[in-house]
Design a protein around this ligand. Structure first.
Ligand SMILES: Cc1cc2nc3c(=O)[nH]c(=O)nc-3n(C[C@H](O)[C@H](O)[C@H](O)COP(=O)(O)OP(=O)(O)OC[C@H]3O[C@@H](n4cnc5c(N)ncnc54)[C@H](O)[C@@H]3O)c2cc1C
Length: 393
């Protein structure tokens, strides 16, 4: 089998295919010594850990062991706390409900597991074209062509495979952005293990700020306004200016990475090509706004499901279409659910006048009506469950 792309989706697909006893070549465009940027998808859901444990207990243990489990969540509105909750540690031997670690660390653990499992990783091999027929798929890279019964296309948002198949991503791509800044821990005074959501932060023009700790540091996420200019917020120099308004000033010298992120809500119009031989997965098939952590988590769910479908289809003989149809149907339903949930979350993060008024009223009443504080805490992450547990994330 061939997997295209060594991001978290492709690495998981390769690992899961090996779990099913299938040979795998992983084609990655970038060189082996590439530097992957930033913390990006920090939040690994418990459900993702369970999915990974089913194909590689060792990788799930490494991710869970390295990741940070914060046990306090705070929500503030205009400088005033409206919600706070702390949780006891999970009982010994029980996996954590989630962990927080940089995507680069998750990918490192997945890559190690792939190499241990015998995945043939070919770095510096950008895929330039694919042609699927009823017996298999021919994949072109610069200097040679490859042949495999099935291909998992996990080559990210600009997927060359998706484009070669003529599959479109459909959905809104609204204007506007938010800024993500990674901070390295100060060893003498580390980032506290508290996740803080601050609506209408008074020190930064009433923009909303999210602070998420991860193993070794913290991520600051600033929601910019429609008329904000990227150069005022989304460069290292700009971040050095505004950071001290929301975190202690010493962190202005501990910036690891600054990036701008948009709120795309797009899903591929099909997850599998017409022959049933090429399965799209992860950001090759869908892009969501990050609140709710649906990007990488849903890519990993796609990858595990794609490998299971291929294993079933490979055993099904000449007509693989029935075995992969289930993948296409389930994961596209999950993608639509995730897109809708992310869109619902966005209405809380980028509120119109009516929602802003509702948030302000809730913040005023929250000390007397705790359910309103809870609503302010949870609503920006979108609905928690999907149309069925299987399609979650
Ligand atoms: C700036 C930024 C901030 C983000 N912040 C968050 C966040 O806060 N929370 C969150 O949940 N998500 C976030 N994300 C999204 C998250 O990083 C993605 O959901 C995740 O990386 C998707 O994984 P993937 O494996 O599907 O795709 P990718 O990680 O994009 O991996 C695709 C891989 O395919 C390779 N490739 C591309 N083209 C080819 C080709 N032609 N041939 C071979 N290989 C190819 C690429 O080099 C790459 O290794 C962020 C993304 C960005 C860019």
């Amino acid at each position: 089998m061939i997997v295209v792309g060594a991001g978290p989706t492709g690495l998981t697909a390769a690992l899961a295919l090996r779990h099913h006893g299938l040979p795998v070549t992983l084609l990655e465009a970038e060189p082996h010594d590439r530097a992957r940027p930033g913390s990006r998808a920090l939040f690994v859901h418990g459900q993702t850990l369970r999915r990974l444990a089913a194909v590689s207990p060792a990788v799930a243990d490494r991710i869970a062991g390295h990741g940070l489990l914060w046990r306090t969540r705070r929500t503030l509105h205009g400088g005033r706390e409206v919600y706070r909750r702390s949780y006891p540690p999970p009982p010994p031997g029980r996996p954590p409900p989630f962990v927080s670690l940089r995507q680069v660390d998750t990918e490192r653990f997945l890559l190690d597991a792939c190499l241990d499992a015998g995945v043939d990783v070919r770095w510096g091999s950008p895929v330039t074209g694919v042609r699927a027929d009823h017996d298999g798929v021919t994949v072109h890279t610069a200097d040679r062509q490859w042949r495999a019964p099935f291909v998992v296309a996990a080559d990210g948002a600009r997927s060359a495979v998706r484009r070669a198949l003529g599959v479109a991503l459909r959905g809104p791509r609204p204007e506007g952005f938010h800024v993500v800044v990674d901070l390295a821990d100060d060893p003498d005074d580390p980032v506290p293990p508290v996740r803080t959501l601050h609506y209408e932060h008074p020190a930064i023009g009433r923009r909303t700020v999210l602070q998420v700790p991860f193993a070794g540091g913290g991520q600051i996420d600033l929601q910019c306004r429609a008329d904000d200019r990227p150069e005022d917020f989304a460069t290292v120099e700009a971040a050095r200016d505004w950071l001290p308004t929301v975190v202690p000033a010493r962190y202005r010298d501990r910036i690891l990475w600054v990036a701008r992120y948009r709120f795309q809500q797009v899903v591929a119009d099909r997850m599998v090509d017409a022959t049933g031989r090429v399965l799209l997965a992860g950001e090759a098939a869908h892009l969501f706004p990050p609140f709710g952590a649906r990007g990488m988590n849903s890519g990993i769910a796609d990858a595990v499901a794609a490998a299971a479908s291929i294993a079933a289809a490979d055993g099904a003989g000449a007509d693989p279409s029935a075995a992969v149809a289930r993948y296409a149907e389930q994961r596209q339903r999950a993608a639509h659910h995730n897109r809708d949930a992310a869109r619902a979350a966005l209405r809380h993060l980028r509120p119109g006048p009516a929602m802003r008024l509702r948030q302000r009223c809730s913040a005023v009443l929250a000390p007397r009506v705790p359910a309103l504080g809870r609503w302010l805490e949870t609503a920006p992450y979108g609905p928690r469950s999907g149309p069925s547990a299987e399609s979650k994330y």
